[in-house]
Design a protein around this ligand. Structure first.
Ligand SMILES: Nc1ncnc2c1ncn2[C@@H]1O[C@H](COP(=O)(O)OP(=O)(O)O)[C@@H](O)[C@H]1O
Ligand SMILES: [Mg+2]
Length: 373
């Protein structure tokens, strides 16, 4: 096993800079997920770690060894690709054992290792088949078999589940997590799917346009996104963002969305400034009329059984609420919704950076004050 360290890593394709100065330390045994929209540089970064892409600048070390100039096969890493990359003319056993044959292992040892890996992945009954005779999920397992058989120091996965249907994707996700718990191998996993990232990772690294925008434990990113991009990217359904105006003319600071006003913690913004207010659908709840903070109009509702998604119009802005399924609503109905002020996120309306509210006049403290007065 090994730690992986990136220091000032840069990738240029001609005059186009695909990766900007990435610093990152992956601990021994850690499961790190790179997540971000298509084209943000996830594969480029992973391929540089694998040695499949030349590094334009910076230093890459694996297990304490500088590997910038080391051949892929000598880096002691194994990579699993989205398209499985199995040899069609070989059996599954031959595919899994290929890397060992290339390293001149003895036939009997290869056979033993292939069987052992196949058992772990529950494909031992398929070893004599060819890739074309397997389902997508089975092929994916075979590709993973080829990676684990070599007992590499580091696993690299590039969107390994993207070609599978939704149900299989969830199953394989659990398999990969189990495999990591069992083997404990340092893993770097690339995906554009935030759910996959949150469920698999010890640590999530969010990338945008070739830069790391935030990294942390999945819940840290969910609870405290450091910018609007991360707020909207992490979490499903997506965080609502409302364009609001800060009004500090009265006793308490309020946010105005059209004629709707919401009392808030003080913000380090001038009176009349615009601010992007984030609130997650699951943090909005149905409220009795007297405790209502928002009264939007239902546009579309989606009963999901476990909860009901209400996509509403709030003074010309869209807001989605995840409501209790027992709540009966219909389109065009005006509904009463509420939320806790502590669940609001504030982002600069220009650059999207997070703004921390002041604590002194927060809704909570004014409630507490009212209770004590
Ligand atoms: N071989 C290449 N030549 C030029 N540009 C490339 C090459 N490979 C990738 N890029 C560009 O680098 C950026 C990052 O690509 P990539 O790492 O594949 O993104 P992701 O895997 O996050 O979807 C994209 O803008 C892509 O067009
Ligand atoms: Mg990619």
């Amino acid at each position: 096993m090994a730690e992986v360290s990136l220091e000032g890593i840069v990738k240029d394709y001609g005059s186009y800079r695909a990766i900007h100065d990435v610093d990152l330390d992956v601990a021994d045994g850690e499961f790190v997920v790179f997540v971000g929209p298509s084209g943000c540089g996830k594969s480029t970064l992973l391929r540089m770690i694998a040695g499949l892409e030349e590094i334009s600048g910076g230093e890459l070390t694996i297990g304490g060894r500088l590997v910038n100039e080391v051949e892929p096969r000598d880096r002691d890493v194994a990579m699993v690709f989205q398209d499985y990359a199995l040899y069609p003319h070989m059996t599954i056993a031959e595919n899994i054992g290929f890397g060992l044959r290339m390293r001149d292992w003895k036939k009997a040892d290869i056979e033993r290792k292939v069987k052992e890996s196949a058992r772990i992945l529950q494909i031992d009954s398929l070893l004599e088949r060819r890739p074309a005779q397997l389902s997508g999920g089975q092929r994916q397992r075979a590709a993973m078999g080829r990676a684990i058989v070599r007992e590499p120091s580091v696993f690299l996965f590039d969107e390994p589940l993207s070609n599978l249907d939704a149900k299989l994707r969830v199953e394989m996700r659990t398999q990969i997590k189990r495999l990591h718990a069992m083997l404990g191998t340092t893993t770097i996993y690339v995906t554009h799917d935030q759910t996959e990232a949150l469920t698999l990772a010890d640590r999530v690294v969010v990338l945008d346009e070739g830069r790391v925008v935030q990294q942390g434990h999945p819940l840290e990113l969910y609870e405290r996104p450091n910018c609007r991009f991360v707020g909207e990217f992490i979490g499903s359904p997506q965080m609502n963002i409302l364009d609001a105006i800060v009004d500090r003319t009265g006793d308490q600071t309020v946010l105005r969305v059209g004629a709707t006003t919401v009392p808030i913690a003080d913000l380090p913004l001038r009176n009349g400034a615009h601010v992007d207010v984030g609130i997650r659908p699951e943090h909005i709840y149905w409220a009795p009329r007297e405790n209502c903070l928002l009264t939007p109009t239902v546009d579309v509702y989606e009963p999901l059984g476990s909860d009901t998604m209400a996509i509403c119009d709030l003074e010309g802005q869209e807001i989605t609420a995840r409501l209790d399924p027992k709540v009966r609503i219909k389109p065009k109905q005006s509904i009463c919704l509420s939320f806790d002020a502590s669940n609001l996120h504030f982002f600069d309306s220009q650059d999207g950076s997070r703004i921390e509210p002041g604590l002194s006049t927060s809704l909570e403290s004014s409630r507490n004050r009212a209770a004590l007065d």
